[in-house]
Design a protein around this ligand. Structure first.
Ligand code: FE
Length: 197
């Protein structure tokens, strides 16, 4: 299995690392991400945002630091790690909401009354390592990011995707969508390269 087929590579990660528990939550990491994708699709999100929901915690699989270490007090910036890894094959419509989904939590803690109280214990715990609620300057900067709205939508699905009884499609269901996005990105990059020559 090589990076030449990113969809198979990711499928393998879901099957292996994804089977592990999601520290502090009642679902595995893979089921959590599959649930987030199902919620995105049910909400009418476009293919890129459905893919972002599906892959939002892939930084937990690929990073040097595990979710357990995050729970133990290390912020391993899984949003950035996941986004940078995914950028090998996917465009910003997928990578940037993934990158910003931790910032979106910090944002909502500041601007939305009641949001903090709705977080799971594990999510409150990691919030501290992630910088806590945003300052007013940080919220203004976040609102100026063009991926702000997409990141906030993804965050809602992330927060809701912790139901141990939810029945959702398996990873294979999303493979055609992922393949389509990888192809689309390769085409975009190819055209950009051709324009430069
Ligand atoms: Fe998550």
């Amino acid at each position: 299995m090589t990076a030449a087929d990113p969809v198979l590579l990711i499928a393998g990660l879901f099957a292996a690392e994804g089977a592990g528990e999601y520290p502090g939550e009642p679902v595995t990491q893979a089921r959590h991400m599959l649930q987030a994708a199902a919620l995105a699709e049910a909400a009418g999100a476009g293919p890129e945002l459905v893919a972002a929901a599906l892959l939002h915690d892939v930084g937990h699989f690929t990073g040097a630091v595990s979710g357990h270490q995050l729970m133990g007090g290390t912020d391993h910036r899984h949003g950035d790690q996941g986004a940078d890894w995914l950028a090998q094959w996917f465009g910003p419509g997928v990578t940037e909401p993934v990158r910003l989904h931790v910032a979106a939590k910090r944002y909502l803690c500041t601007v939305e009354p009641g949001y903090f109280g709705s977080l799971s214990d594990a999510s409150v715990h990691t919030l501290r390592m992630q910088g806590g609620p945003m300052s007013p300057a940080e919220t203004a900067e976040f609102e100026g990011n063009r991926w702000c709205t997409a990141a906030l939508r993804l965050r809602r699905w992330d927060d809701a995707a912790k139901d141990p009884h939810a029945r959702v499609p398996a990873f294979g269901y999303y493979q055609p969508l992922l393949r389509q996005l990888v192809l689309q990105r390769a085409r975009e990059l190819g055209e950009a390269g051709a324009r430069q020559n």
